[in-house]
Design a protein around this ligand. Structure first.
Ligand SMILES: *Cc1c(COP(=O)(O)O)cnc(C)c1O
Length: 376
């Protein structure tokens, strides 16, 4: 059996090595390391894949979120409603810009922001909602877009874990996650579903005016070279990464299919176990399984994590501390938020290896070890 890993980017690389190596060498030979045709071609292809009018590449997913919040003209003190049950980047950038993160609950089934909790948290200072398509499952965008429209709020989708997901609205129309709100943000961190061999990110919008502001902010606020209209930042996707990503983009749907197949295998193996809840899949989207996350009850979760590690099975707790309980947010009154669902989930989630290269032998081994501990 090949050694088990949370993600196996090496085996995946070897399957596309010839193409990738040639693309990297071609960038080296061109000496166009920053910007240039390779980057714009990838951005165009990614926009096309998403059915999005604009795609602005940037340095990473965290920058994408920051640039999005800057482009919407959010001012210090403005409130941004976000889940606490997420990766820190989603909320860190709000704090960095001196906005006020307002943490709300997630739906205990989908792990994504709870629309009812959003409604309750809206105040006259609320300016934006930042739903996160956590683990690759889409947030309830139908409800979120209705709330946003009713209260005149911006929506910034954190699609770092959801890239490639299709969301179907109650009227039957389907859109890619990341193209539904005013702005969508994604990450090409190597372990993400569309992973670079380094850092990368992208921002999506269908709004022409917003697109030019986003582009400007990502490039030192310049409207034309050496003319700086607004305070921006420096956030670029390297040409080498763009060349690699353009190849991997052609495989993204097949990568998602492989992840879903692995998830199906786990689902079948755990379906009858009363102590294990397998990931919920709402009918309005296809889960793209960035993570395969179990909820365990009546099980020593941390004991399970350790037992798996002792038996060569990696697993992860995403995330061991919810955002509102991070020290970082003490100054923002993080501990004043009362989020029992978030706390409850935090104590019970455990993510198993999921990636494009898992085989049945590996999955059988993982399943048996999980059941051995859970059933003892
Ligand atoms: C990975 C991730 C980010 C940040 O992306 P980076 O490219 O690492 O900056 C933001 N939000 C979520 C939910 C993520 O998983």
């Amino acid at each position: 059996m090949r050694p088990l890993q949370m993600v196996d980017t090496k085996t995946q690389y070897h399957k596309i090595k010839t193409e990738v190596d040639a693309a990297v060498i071609s960038v080296l030979e061109s000496s166009a390391f920053i910007g240039g045709k390779v980057v714009t071609t990838f951005a165009d292809n990614l926009a096309k894949y998403h059915g999005s009018k604009h795609c602005i590449p940037c340095a990473n997913g965290t920058d994408a979120l920051q640039i999005a919040m800057m482009a919407l003209g959010l001012e210090p003190g403005d409130e941004v409603i976000t889940p606490s049950f997420t990766y820190i980047a989603t909320v860190e950038v709000a704090a960095l810009l001196r906005l006020k993160p307002v943490f709300v609950e997630v739906d205990p089934k989908t792990f994504c922001i709870d629309p009812a909790a959003i409604e309750k948290a809206i105040t006259p200072k609320t300016k934006a909602i930042v739903p996160v398509h956590l683990y690759g499952h889409a947030a309830n965008m139908d409800a979120i877009m209705k709330i946003a429209a009713a209260h005149n709020l911006f929506v910034i989708e954190d699609n770092a874990q959801g890239i490639g997901n299709d969301y179907t609205f109650s009227d039957g129309t389907t859109k890619k996650t990341g193209t539904i709100g005013n702005i969508g943000c994604t990450s090409f961190y190597p372990s993400k579903n569309l992973g670079a061999y380094g850092d990368g990110g992208a921002i999506f919008t269908n709004d022409d005016e917003l697109a030019s502001v986003l582009k400007m902010i990502a490039s030192h606020g310049q409207s034309k070279r050496y003319y700086h209209d607004v305070v921006g930042c420096n956030s670029r996707l390297d040409a080498i990464q763009a060349a690699i990503l353009d190849i991997k983009l052609q495989h993204l749907d097949e990568y998602i299919t492989a992840r879903v197949k692995a998830a199906d295998f786990y689902d079948n193996a755990f379906v009858d176990n009363k102590k294990i809840t397998t990931p919920f899949r709402a009918a309005d989207n296809k889960h793209v399984f960035h993570q395969y996350t179990l909820l365990v009850e009546g099980v020593d979760r941390d004991g399970l994590h350790q037992f798996l590690a002792d038996n060569g099975v990696p697993s992860m707790i995403y995330y061991p501390v919810p955002a509102h309980r991070q020290k970082m947010f003490d100054a923002f009154g993080g501990s004043n938020f009362n989020l029992p669902v978030t706390d409850w989930l935090t104590e019970r989630v455990i993510s198993l290896p999921i990636h494009t290269e898992l085989d049945e032998e590996q999955q059988t081994f993982i399943v048996n070890k999980v059941l051995e501990f859970v059933n003892k």
